[in-house]
Design a binder for this molecule. Structure first.
Ligand code: ADP
Ligand code: MG
Length: 613
């Protein structure tokens, strides 16, 4: 007997379902897309057990006529196209006619739907894709689809599902994207009876953004609206200062469809070139409106990837849209033409500053940036071993503490010492001239004027101290801080508690994605703790290796515990910081790779004033 079987239609459908319905979130995505295609402006999504046992999507769209209800669940049945030619003019989310067939093949589905043209609605139930009942019913215009026991008849798929909370987090992610991409639709997302998200559907993209992210973050967003070669690009992009450690907060919608496209990511990031540190990514929410004929979304079963027939036109439109937005924004730091000639950053610390002979070679260091995370860099760093203080310090986080700068510990000890003069460490004497813009310390040293970035310098010093410890000292908060996380961040937190403890944080769940922060690293202020944890969770997400994640997390703590720019320092405090910078060979760049010291030589200054030629 032969061994080749032709699969029955049931099996074929179950296999096909796997392509479209990978997990509860993909079913939710398809159902919401159908509701949007039906013209709904009010959509409610309700789930239980992360969508595994129950998903309900209700819309106020056009509904399905009684005669069409069964057809909608047949494979390759769609009202959106008749032939392949229709794709060139297609603005709908769906067109493959697979979603309802696939979802119903692997679950129990109830549909209640009524089209405006009919007096009665239809209620129908399916099990494993087969209709088990169909009746007339009274109901409002629109459609409700309930999906129960997803994958009940495909145990292999069931086994691939993660915990309820993880699946629920993926669904929340889908709901957020839908809110961001459809500001004119009012969405409600309910999980286990709790309302998690609500958007009012006013049409304002800024409001939609604020529904999903904190309002402080919305303030950091710049409006984008631009058109070129028949391609409109509109939405929001962040100021360079609000950049994130990863691309999780980059959303691209092409004709309302949330897509992945290398072209658009590259174009938008190119517009930020030189404005961002390495490893920092802008927040982007960009809608690209383009004639459907100039795209091909059909390349991916869940229609996630997109191809453009004219990549360079799309690239150029996105690039200029973001570039213009960035430069029209007042928040933008003025970019000035750097002085030509001898101005350079001295990445090499003490040696260059003291050794006149080496200075002539210093030009070659000017353009060099360190990949700080490379192993070379780590091993080259001096590791100071400091014992963490085991005792927990209780901090009363008074309102004052919100604004208080952490006071650099080394400054205290050295306050009364005269720093201008020859010293035991053997480096050349220096004179602190003062502070420039409350941010840079100006120092006269030998034949040079040094400008020291106080934040970058202090950050590096703190980093060196922290990385030498295996477990950073922490402080107990008298009044716990609240911590609001995205679903993804909450999952990372639950899986990395020990790592966070090592860094000095202790958190406790407070329902859903809300937590309270009980302990924080000793040197940061309570008000900074939430931002710091979120930064760290994102770093962990990006770095599979826990040691690298730990080191990167320490940058974040060092940064938060350092004296900021725009903070007044008196001469003695400045001198103490300068001394640390000059005496310590390991202080070359801040942990992000930015220079700490820039020097102007006397010769350069005299040349500029034409005293010498
Ligand atoms: P597609 O969206 O690719 O057309 P689906 O399987 O998702 O395929 O849906 C099949 C058809 O069922 C759609 O073309 C549409 O006519 C109808 N339909 C599905 N969901 C809804 C809804 N919420 N409201 C109105 N019609 C719907
Ligand atoms: Mg569809």
């Amino acid at each position: 007997m032969g061994r080749i079987n032709v699969l029955d239609i049931d099996t074929v459908n179950k296999i096909a379902a796997g392509e479209v319905v990978e997990r509860p979130a993909s079913a939710v995505k398809e159902l919401i897309e159908n509701a949007i295609d039906a013209g709904a402006d009010k959509i409610t999504v309700e789930i239980n057990n992360g969508g595994i046992s129950y998903i309900r999507v209700t819309d106020n769209g056009c509904g399905i006529a009684s005669a069409d209800v069964e057809k909608a669940f047949l494979p390759h049945s769609t009202s959106k196209i008749k032939s392949i030619d229709d794709l060139t003019g297609l603005y709908t989310m769906g067109f493959r006619g697979e979603a309802l067939a696939s979802i119903s093949a692997v679950s129990r589905v109830d549909i209640i739907t009524k089209s405006k043209d009919e007096n009665f609605g239809t209620a129908m139930s399916l099990e494993g894709g087969k209709v088990v009942s169909k009746t007339e019913t009274g109901c409002p215009d629109g459609t409700t689809i309930i999906v129960k026991n997803l994958f009940y008849n495909t145990p292999a798929r069931m086994n691939f599902l993660k915990r309820d909370s993880t699946e629920g987090a993926h669904i929340k992610d889908v709901a957020e994207r839908m809110i961001l991409g459809n500001p004119s639709v009012s969405f409600k997302f309910i999980s286990s009876g709790r309302e998690i998200l609500f958007s009012s559907g006013t049409g304002s993209i800024t409001e939609a953004f604020a529904c999903v992210y904190k309002s402080e973050l919305s303030k950091q967003m710049i409006t984008v609206d631009y058109e070129k070669d028949g391609i409109r690009v509109h939405g929001l992009c962040s100021t360079p200062y609000a950049a994130r450690p990863n691309r999780n907060m980059q959303y691209f919608f092409v004709n309302k469809r949330c897509v992945r496209s290398k072209t658009t990511v590259h174009a938008a990031e190119e517009a930020y070139k030189t404005m961002l540190m390495t490893g920092r990514y802008p927040i982007l929410l960009l809608n690209i409106e383009i004639q459907p004929g100039r795209t091909d979304v059909n390349v991916h079963p869940s229609k996630l990837e997109i191809k453009f027939s004219d990549d360079s036109a799309v690239h150029s439109a996105v690039y200029w849209a973001v570039k213009n937005a960035l430069f029209s924004s007042k928040k933008e730091k003025e970019i000035e033409t750097p002085l030509e000639g001898n101005v350079r950053s001295t990445y090499t610390g003490k040696n260059i500053l003291t050794d006149r002979k080496k200075e002539s070679n210093a030009e070659s260091f000017g353009e060099k940036t360190f990949d700080f995370f490379s192993e070379d860099m780590f091993s080259a760093m001096k590791k100071e071993s400091v014992n963490p203080d085991d005792k927990d310090i209780v901090v009363f986080n008074s309102p004052d503490a919100e604004t208080e700068q952490p006071f650099p510990d080394f400054m205290e000890a050295e306050r009364n010492e005269e720093k201008s003069g020859e010293n035991s460490a053997g480096y050349e004497k220096f004179k602190v001239i003062g502070q420039l813009f409350d941010t840079y310390i100006l120092v006269e040293k030998g034949d040079s004027l040094l400008m020291i970035d106080q934040h970058a310098a202090h950050e590096r010093i703190n980093y060196e101290k922290l990385i030498g410890m295996n477990r950073a000292p922490s402080q107990v908060l008298m009044f716990p801080e609240s911590l609001k996380l995205s679903p993804k961040e909450a999952v990372i937190l639950s899986e990395n508690e020990e790592l966070l403890n090592r860094i000095g944080f202790e958190t406790e769940p407070f329902g859903g994605e809300d937590y309270v922060i009980r302990k924080i690293p000793a040197d940061i202020s309570p008000s900074q703790s939430e931002g710091c944890i979120i930064d760290i969770l994102n770093m962990i997400a990006e770095n599979k290796d826990p040691e690298t994640a730990y080191k990167k997390a320490m940058f974040s703590v060092a940064c938060k515990s350092s004296v900021r720019a725009n903070h007044k320092l008196d001469i003695k405090e400045s001198a103490a910081l300068v001394e640390r910078v000059l005496e310590d060979d390991s202080i070359r760049t801040c942990p992000h790779g930015r220079p700490i010291v820039i020097s102007l030589t006397k010769k350069f200054i005299e040349k500029e004033f034409k005293r010498i030629v």
